[in-house]
Ligand binder design. Structure first.
Ligand code: ATP
Ligand code: MG
Ligand code: MG
Length: 386
């Protein structure tokens, strides 16, 4: 394989993309800091040192490869639009521009008739005017609602659940004191959260099976694949995810997060224009992982639809940083003795509380058996939380 791929960002998603690329002799040039996780497992002179938000660095990367992609959506989409005249960029810069702003994303989805939680923009740019606006918004969409930062959000860090009008001030304070662009989202009384990894190729839109995600403190903790819901709901979710991603230009994998309401209705929560935490399980559970699929999609290589099916049920457990700098190592040591668990550590050095340091994937012939294996591992993760 002669094509070279450039990636903005070299965290764990970039690292697992490199693992997939290495097996196909595809060179991946990473733009990120010197010892970024993805660079640690890829020794060649094609990497660029710098920030994936720096225009000059992005232009430099573009000159080294045939196609540029991203492992994070918080990138400069305008610069990507400029370089797209001389190098392929996937997914398209326009798609990244829309998705990186969670409110613009919602507006785009509504245009295409995709169901989402009602979202209302906050236009004020200072603390007092944001609070005044939110008083009116709270009256309209009711409490609780979720106040969200439009941009730069991850792991729930741009979110604040507002339970009453009294909480508007602390909420705005926590989210930038007027300096960040915000919007409010009607509360979704979901029974479960579902996710579908979608692959957009030159020929069409394919979907991996629907999975169930369990969040703790707004961070993904567990993924059950397939989702433990009736087959009809899984099929409906896959169909909605495909329809959702068909509304965007460009190739590659996309993570589609959804809420399942008690009447069986599905709402789209948000989209990630890249490999996604809810798709890690595909490494062990499917013939083609989400990383394999992303590379093949952006390089126009074949993706047999059967290769996205699961070989057996899987459960993924995130290893978040705990109380001590080596908390993730302690969890990994427990997992090493489990015969059905694959261990992934990301090379991020010392743990910081709540940071994604690695993950575990259990696969088994039945979900019940996978659940049996994951239970002591969840206990090991929880013991490190303190
Ligand atoms: P990610 O790390 O997935 O990018 P994020 O920081 O962009 O996360 P969201 O996906 O918007 O944040 O929200 C994180 C979690 O907060 C959701 O998975 C869900 O559990 C909860 N949540 C978000 N929006 C709502 C809502 N409107 N109603 C109820 N819960 C919500
Ligand atoms: Mg997000
Ligand atoms: Mg999310």
């Amino acid at each position: 394989m002669n094509s070279k791929v450039g990636v903005l960002g070299g965290g764990q998603l970039g690292r697992m993309l490199v693992e997939a690329a290495n097996r196909l002799n595809i060179q991946v040039n990473i733009l990120d800091a010197q010892n970024a996780p993805a660079k640690q497992i890829s020794n060649h002179p094609g990497h660029i040192e710098g920030s994936f938000k720096d225009a000059a660095a992005i232009e430099k990367l573009a000159k080294t490869c045939d196609v540029v992609t991203v492992e994070i959506e918080h990138v400069d989409a305008d610069v990507l639009a400029e370089i797209s005249t001389s190098v392929k960029v996937e997914p398209s810069p326009k798609t990244l521009q829309i998705i990186k702003d969670k409110y613009a994303q919602k507006v785009h989805l509504q245009k295409f008739g995709i169901p989402t939680a009602e979202s209302v923009e906050v236009t004020g740019t200072d603390e007092a005017s944001q609070i005044t606006e939110l008083e009116a918004i709270g009256g309209k969409i009711g409490y609780p609602f979720m106040l969200k930062s439009k941009t730069e959000a991850y792991d729930g860090k741009g979110n604040y659940p507002v339970k009453s009008a009294e909480e508007l001030k602390p909420a705005v304070n926590a989210l930038g004191k007027g300096s960040r662009p915000l919007y409010a989202e009607k509360w979704a009384n979901f029974t479960k959260e579902l996710a579908v990894m979608v692959v957009k190729t030159k020929d069409g839109v394919l979907a991996y099976p629907t999975v169930e995600t369990v969040h703790e403190d707004s961070i993904c903790k567990l993924v059950f694949a397939p989702a433990r819901v009736p087959e009809g709901i899984r099929e409906k979710a896959e169909e909605l995810a495909r329809k959702t991603i068909a509304a965007f230009d460009g190739k590659g994998v996309f993570g589609v997060e959804m809420f399942l309401l008690d009447d069986g209705e599905l709402l789209i929560n948000e989209i990630a224009p890249r490999p996604h935490n809810s798709g890690h399980y595909t490494i062990e559970a499917c013939p083609l992982s989400q990383y394999d699929a992303h590379l093949r999609a952006i390089l126009d290589l074949p993706i047999p639809v059967e290769s996205l099916k699961m070989r057996e049920p899987a459960i993924m457990l995130n290893i978040l940083g705990g109380q001590t700098p080596d908390s993730h190592i302690k969890v990994a040591e427990v997992a090493l003795s489990n015969p059905r668990t694959s261990v992934h550590l990301y090379g991020k050095g010392e743990a910081r509380k709540g940071r994604k340091m690695g993950h575990l994937t259990v696969t088994a012939p039945t979900m019940a058996e996978a659940e049996k294996h994951i239970t002591p591992l969840i206990e090991a993760v929880d013991a490190q939380k303190g």
